[in-house]
Design a protein around this ligand. Structure first.
Ligand code: MSP
Length: 680
């Protein structure tokens, strides 16, 4: 098998940390890219970051850094975008940042080329702008007066701007969408045609003058290129189009597939092909719009505070378990509800129970009954190889199986495992990784049933009579496991390496070719029972741990120290002097019954009569640790009743917030200062 395959993910906005939704998209793309590499194709897998636009400019200003410093931190910094992809074992061949010099100059050339051809012209932009989405909308496109993508309010906008003649391409785009399989799943075609094409495609505003963080239009200073024109072009600039950084354009363009989330299908299936038509370039072969991972039925977003941190999940459950869960659970073209319970259950049922048990039972039995190596000659028979070849042939159906038990069990397992590669390939080629995984797990489940059908522990009781049969059963289990392992490699690369080591499968038994061949594993392979590939997880314990880790992460994301802003309204000196601050000594301090906030102080204020003050500081101090301390109180506040007790004054403390948590410190002064001393 040969051929080239160019696959891309959307390039991410580094405006916030990435969450599990972004991870889903990249992991899916990675599994598809790895699948094509497994098939022997020359793959170019591109990902990157989309770093311009007003949102980033605003965020950088808020953070007090330049936009470049801001994006550098999120892209290259600790636990940034690149770190996350490394952790998730993402095998991208190239990473583009739209602030890379070669991309910037290529965009200027692309913009000029479209201007020179008359497809970009200057006009006045009047309309609505959604700042968070960086999208322009016409009145008719708004949903209840708000952005149709995110539902947030839009702003009026009017300025001199460049426009792209999108309207000119309407018919060709409609044909592309309706009459070809350019855009999948098919449901997205209806969305695009009904919502955007039928109402009439308007020309697109492609430059901005109201902010500067973008690629300058070099022939008209003051204008920056609309961020989507800049971003979409990454798919060709990263190959070397209009630049000398790379030289792969002729080899890899057109792309085989752009994998994108459903909300950006419009840009990829309408604007991007029109731009390419304008540039006279071939169109990508496919755009696949996957669904969203939802939380409690809604979209994850930083502003809703409901994002799930992939770092926490990967560190707790393992990268491969997380990758697997994302692709096994949610049909790729549809939305799915993410939950920690579902994640843990999938790990327990599919990975620990089905796959993990198959591997550990099989390797343990080969160890126990055969010392880790099966006898030569116990492997696939000629008949079995023939059966497998018939089932594996393209369009090959399972022949009617006539064998009697126990050979019938062998034939069923072999037929199912031998046809697996074909069924898997079909699902993967239709961008249905969840179906491909389902096929693999049917074989895994069948293999587990095969163990029970053959009851090896019964056979082992009489090795002289049953040794050969037992060895053949073990071989079939190893071989079925191996084939599943090869096809699971794109999903869980690290764990499958460990699986292959345990069943003794060398490199030539890990190939695509070998996944379609029953009997590729040597019958005398060295089998070792290693650690459990996927240990079982205690649901309740893990949920509690996750909650604590997520709370900790949320806290850590808040500013380390925050103090209240200073008041700017002046207070005149005489008014200030009316407040009587005195040094007081704590004679006694008690908790107040039924209150978890209040402490009751008996204080020496220098007057000779004890003063009682109630203070809501029980969260920070134990009563006994305050006895004998020298504090400061304001003593001329009117008396106040709390929990039926009278408080005469207020103790002075300093407050601030640390990672979102309020901290309080009573002001304590030198014990040498006598009670009653006035503060002035
Ligand atoms: N910068 C643009 C893409 C430009 S491509 C030329 C962008 N970036 S993004 O960071 O906002 O989103 C990147 C991808 O993550 C999109 O495909 C988006 O659909 C996907 N996801 C973001 N949240 C998601 C979920 N909750 N679930 C699934 N995918 C989601 O858009």
């Amino acid at each position: 098998m040969s051929g080239r395959f160019y696959i891309t993910t959307p390039i991410y906005y580094p405006s916030d940390k990435l969450h599990i939704g972004h991870t889903y998209c990249t992991v899916a793309t990675d599994a598809i890219a790895r699948y094509h590499r497994l098939k022997g194709e020359e793959v170019l897998f591109l990902t990157g970051t989309d770093e311009h636009g007003q949102k980033i400019e605003d965020k950088a200003r808020e953070a007090g850094v330049t936009p470049k410093e801001f994006v550098d931190r999120i892209v290259e910094g600790e636990r940034g975008v690149k770190d996350l992809w490394k952790l998730m074992d993402i095998s991208n061949d190239r990473f583009i940042r739209t602030t890379d010099g070669y991309h910037v100059s290529a965009i200027q050339k692309i913009f000029k080329q479209m201007y020179d051809s008359g497809d970009i012209y200057k006009g006045t932009y009047k309309g609505k702008y959604c700042k968070p989405c960086e999208s322009f909308w016409t009145e008719s496109q708004l949903k209840d007066g708000c952005c149709p993508d995110c539902g947030r309010p839009v702003q009026d906008a009017e300025e001199e701007a460049y426009f792209f003649r999108l309207s000119k391409y309407a018919d060709r785009i409609r044909h592309l969408l309706e009459d070809t399989d350019f855009l999948e799943p098919r449901s997205r075609v209806h969305e695009m045609v009904n919502n955007f094409i039928k109402p009439g495609l308007e020309d697109l505003c492609v430059s901005r003058t109201s902010f500067t963080w973008g690629i300058p239009v070099d022939f008209d200073p003051g204008h920056v290129v609309y961020v989507w024109v800049d971003a979409l072009s990454n798919y060709i600039t990263a190959l070397g189009y209009d630049n000398d950084q790379y030289h792969d354009f002729d080899r890899f363009w057109p792309a085989d597939v752009h994998i994108v989330g459903k909300e950006i299908v419009r840009f990829h299936s309408i604007i991007w092909p029109a731009m390419l038509m304008s540039l006279g370039l071939p169109l990508p072969k496919k755009v696949f719009g996957h669904g969203w991972l939802l939380l409690d039925g809604g979209k994850m977003s930083k502003s809703k505070g409901n994002v799930v941190d992939p770092y926490i999940l990967a560190e707790m459950f393992g990268v491969d378990a997380l990758r697997f869960f994302l692709l096994r659970t949610f049909p790729f073209g549809s939305d799915g509800n993410f939950s920690n319970e579902a994640l843990i259950n999938t790990i327990n049922v599919d990975l620990a129970n089905d796959l993990g048990n198959l591997v550990s039972r099989t390797t343990a039995m080969v160890g126990k009954y055969f010392g880790g190596q099966l006898p030569a000659g116990c492997g696939a028979t000629g008949e079995e190889r023939e059966l497998a070849a018939a089932c594996a042939a393209p369009g090959g159906a399972v022949p009617f199986l006539t064998a009697a038990e126990p050979e019938k069990f062998d034939a069923e397992l072999i037929a199912l495992a031998a046809g697996l590669r074909g069924r898997y390939e079909q699902a993967m080629d239709q961008y249905a990784p969840h179906r491909a995984l389902d096929e693999v797990f049917q074989v895994i489940q069948r293999a587990n049933k095969y163990i029970d059908e053959n009851a090896p522990w019964v056979l082992a009781k009489d090795m002289e009579a049953n040794g050969a049969r037992l060895a053949h059963v073990m071989y079939d289990l190893l071989e079925a496991t191996r084939i599943c392992g090869v096809l699971l490699t794109p999903f869980m690369p690290g764990s499958m390496d460990r699986l292959f080591a345990q069943i003794g499968a060398p490199a030539d038994c890990r190939t695509w070719e070998s996944a379609g061949t029953w009997g590729a594993l040597a019958d005398t392979a060295a089998v070792t029972k290693g650690d459990n590939l996927f240990p079982r997880i205690d649901l309740d314990k893990a949920l509690a741990q996750l909650e604590a880790a997520e709370a900790e992460a949320r806290k850590a994301a808040l500013p380390a120290v925050e103090v209240e802003p200073q008041l700017t309204e002046p207070v005149d000196f005489d008014t200030f002097c009316k407040s009587d601050f005195r040094v007081v000594k704590v004679k006694d301090c008690q908790s107040v019954k039924k209150s978890n906030k209040l402490l009751r102080f008996t204080l020496d204020d220098g007057t000779g009569t004890d003063r009682q003050i109630l203070s809501g500081i029980a969260m920070w101090y134990k009563p006994e640790e305050l006895i004998g301390k020298t504090l400061v109180a304001i003593v001329n506040l009117p008396p106040r009743k709390m929990m039926g007790l009278e408080s005469n004054g207020m103790l002075i403390s300093a407050v601030h917030t640390e990672h979102g948590e309020e901290k309080l410190h009573l002001i304590m002064v030198d014990d040498a200062i006598p009670a009653g001393a006035k503060l002035c």
